[in-house]
Design a protein around this ligand. Structure first.
Ligand code: ADP
Ligand code: MG
Length: 188
């Protein structure tokens, strides 16, 4: 795990959000939520509430919800996708463990990779953190290829802080021209 963008990562000095008395860093994060089984919109709502309940964590903003045809394994129901922006004092591994607990609580059973799921929570970006660890890769390895991630992320990009510099709006528009992603209108 290393900081990108030339941040000084010596304990207690220089890292934005970390005070000199070693209080935990408050980091901004973008997470993606996805669901294609059961009550999809309810699963996203429950996930947002569970994220807001995490210790030292505030939800800054949530994108609109998009509906997406499945991509890698196409013989499955369509997905609802949303991106959420958080501020959290949780360390990267703690945040990953928390998201996995939230997935499990939503009844997620891991079957085939990219297969149907009641809830998928991925960490897209975490302020000042880059990692090529397969258990927690940051930025998320497929972030830049997927319209269902970039389109909702573009809605929230004004909240980006300590993230790679990228024209997310242009990249999202480009991907949306070739991938099926549409604004979700609730049935009720
Ligand atoms: P996917 O989200 O790729 O469809 P899973 O949700 O089953 O698949 O996640 C598979 C593994 O990906 C997890 O066990 C987790 O450790 C790992 N992983 C690596 N980087 C990340 C990340 N940025 N966010 C969430 N999980 C990640
Ligand atoms: Mg995942």
């Amino acid at each position: 795990m290393r900081a990108h963008g030339g941040d000084d990562v010596r304990p207690g000095v220089g890292v934005r959000g970390r005070s000199r008395d070693d209080a935990p860093a408050l980091r901004r994060a973008f997470l993606s939520l996805g669901s294609n089984l059961g009550e999809r919109a309810a699963a996203l709502r429950t996930a947002r509430a569970a994220l807001a309940d995490l210790p030292g964590t505030t939800v800054v903003a949530a994108s609109r919800i998009y509906e997406t045809a499945p991509q890698d394994v196409t013989d499955q129901p369509s997905f609802l996708n949303q991106v959420v922006c958080l501020d959290t004092v949780l360390e990267p591994r703690e945040l990953l463990a928390a998201t996995q607990r939230i997935e499990a609580a939503a009844g997620r059973v891991r079957t085939v990779r990219f297969g149907p799921r009641t809830l998928d929570v991925d960490i897209l970006l975490l302020e000042g953190v880059a990692s090529d660890d397969p258990e927690l890769t940051l930025p998320h390895p497929r972030l830049w290829q997927r319209a269902f991630v970039l389109v909702p992320l573009a809605e929230l990009w004004q909240h980006a802080r300590g993230m790679p510099t990228a024209d997310v709006k242009a990249m999202a528009a480009e991907l949306a021209s070739s991938q099926d992603v549409s604004l979700y209108v609730a049935e009720d």
